[in-house]
Design a protein around this ligand. Structure first.
Ligand SMILES: Cc1cc2nc3c(=O)[nH]c(=O)nc-3n(C[C@H](O)[C@H](O)[C@H](O)COP(=O)(O)OP(=O)(O)OC[C@H]3O[C@@H](n4cnc5c(N)ncnc54)[C@H](O)[C@@H]3O)c2cc1C
Length: 500
């Protein structure tokens, strides 16, 4: 594993949280009421006079599936076809899809029953296309983008908040139905023998399988990454601080989610923060659930080196104060740290990566959940085909038959184009970023929607670039001409390497 990935390994598991089931009723878009305080020991007080909401202690409530799982018993199955490490969205979705073929699957995770901690947002159509729309607990018919104080754009595309509980329940129930076994442990090591791979767990269990899939997230220890010198150290990183809060009021429209609020008037009296924001800008992402319940996330879309978390939070405090948002309670908080771009895992190798560690995160946006849900059936299909002709899937066999279905040449080339988008954003200051998104969201919906959902072909991506240039303001064109040649050269170099 590369050093840069180690630096951005996932959060320590310090924050069991979730209020979802009580906040979000089972039907989409029903009136939402606030949970009453459920922890008597938690000190709850309002940030008087719009003070620092960071002083408030989040009222986390750990949440778990309310049904038991079929556990693995060493006596009942000597060998699995597929062992999946990790019960995050990627691991569970793949277990569900692979087991549909009658393949014997075991999913290993230190806590397979706990509900995922992150707040996930997706474009509603992405989940509708997959038949997962019942796993959204709230949708907004439009999204807004505040380019600056005088320019707001409204996107006619519905956005949804994923119900972590409903999605996990749905996928796990399907896994249970298909015969998936679960094992509650942390994987320490993977050993490969001639006729089987052995997954060594921290509870002393050894699981035997024909294929091992590593879906343990961004900080995976079991995948080797390509360390070709040209590609070293080219990760970008998204960092964000998100809070689900009870507030007196907030200024955002209830029928629109706020994809990006780039306004910076709140930094008027803070020259140091203002200066920092001009160079490495951050925006507010917001999901308003009601007039006094809202999810707010101050976000650095991509930075390298990663923006300081403290600075990000200071900007958020200043923004909320300026917007007159008085936080009364913090129901959840999250630190979002997502590595973007960077090299794909090295090939061939003996373990199949999937999810955060497999390069599927969108290099320009950090989104991944909907894409992972969509890719799992493709990988499951190729695993089934492959298991039909051999009992061991690893090395060149894994690469040729399964890896290539995740990353066929065209998708790898497209990824380089999305990474070019990330490299371009990394070069832009606040004004450049505003100009960029002003032009981007003026494109035909086919292009901006396709770009954000990683749906565009190479030809489409080329047409998008030309159209962007045509829509761009003169200063934006200047930015493109002066700042893009290096990222462009990098992209061309990487595409050439892929082709080789
Ligand atoms: C705070 C946050 C917010 C995000 N919001 C969005 C969003 O709104 N939309 C979007 O599309 N994407 C979002 N992402 C990006 C991405 O979708 C998530 O990171 C997603 O959770 C990745 O899924 P995963 O299954 O690959 O990994 P994870 O969700 O990290 O799951 C990995 C699982 O593997 C387990 N594990 C780890 N090591 C081992 C081991 N050694 N043995 C056994 N099990 C192990 C972990 O316990 C965990 O359960 C967000 C990311 C973060 C961090």
């Amino acid at each position: 594993m590369g050093t840069s990935l180690m630096l951005i390994s996932p959060l320590p598991p310090t924050k069991p949280h979730q209020f979802t089931s009580s906040i979000f009723p089972h039907k989409t878009n029903q009136p939402i009421s606030l949970p009453s305080s459920r922890k008597t020991s938690t000190k709850i007080q309002s940030t008087r006079n719009f003070g620092n909401f960071l002083d408030l202690k989040p009222e986390y409530q750990p949440e778990a599936l309310d049904f038991d799982l079929p556990w693995h018993h060493p006596s009942d199955r000597p060998q699995f076809d597929v062992i999946i490490i990790g019960a995050g969205p990627a691991g569970i979705r793949l277990a569900e899809q692979v087991s549909l073929y009658g393949i014997k699957v075991c999913c290993v995770d230190p806590n397979p029953q706990s509900i995922w901690p992150n707040n996930y947002g997706v474009w509603s159509d992405e989940f509708e296309d997959l038949g997962l729309e019942d796993c959204l607990d709230k949708t907004w018919s439009m999204a807004s983008i505040y380019i600056d104080d005088n320019n707001t754009k409204y996107l006619d595309r519905s956005y949804g908040r994923v119900s972590r509980k409903k999605l996990k329940e749905k996928l796990v129930k399907s896994c249970v139905f298909n015969g998936v076994r679960f094992h509650k442990a942390k994987v320490w090591e993977i050993k490969h023998h001639e006729f089987e791979s052995i997954v060594v767990c921290d509870d002393g269990t050894n699981l035997k399988g024909s294929l091992v899939v590593d879906a343990s997230g961004f900080g995976s220890n079991f995948i080797d990454r390509d360390d070709h010198t040209l590609r070293k150290r080219n990760y970008g990183c998204q960092i964000a601080h998100g809070v689900l809060v009870e507030v007196d009021s907030h200024p955002y429209d209830l029928d629109k989610m706020v994809l990006m609020d780039w306004r910076d008037s709140h930094l008027g009296n803070e020259p140091y923060l203002r200066d920092g924001n001009s160079k490495v800008p951050t925006f507010m992402y917001a999901m308003p659930f009601s007039s006094n319940l809202i999810f707010l996330e101050e976000t650095s879309l991509v930075s390298r080196p990663v923006l300081s978390y403290t600075e990000l939070k200071k900007r958020m405090v200043a923004r909320l104060r300026y917007l007159g948002i008085n936080v009364k309670r913090v129901l959840e908080d999250e630190k979002c740290l997502i590595p973007m771009g960077g090299p794909l895992p090295r090939t061939p190798q003996n373990v199949m990566p999937f999810g955060g560690n497999s390069g599927v995160v969108h290099p320009s946006t950090g989104y991944m959940v909907a894409r992972t849900m969509a890719l799992a059936p493709i990988i499951a299909f190729s695993i089934n085909e492959c298991l039909g002709s051999t009992r061991m899937i690893r090395g060149k066999n894994l690469y040729a038959n399964v890896w290539n279905s995740l990353w066929p040449m065209e998708r790898r080339f497209a990824r380089e184009c999305y990474t070019f988008g990330m490299e371009t954003l990394l070069k832009l200051d606040l004004n450049g970023t505003r100009n960029f998104f002003d032009a981007f969201f003026d494109l035909k919906p086919y292009y901006w929607q396709g770009f954000l959902s990683s749906r565009l072909s190479l030809k489409d991506l080329l047409l998008l670039s030309l159209s962007m240039f045509a829509h761009a303001s003169n200063s934006s064109r200047f930015d493109i001409v002066t700042k893009c040649p290096v990222p462009l050269a990098k992209m061309m170099g990487n595409i050439a390497l892929e082709a080789i």
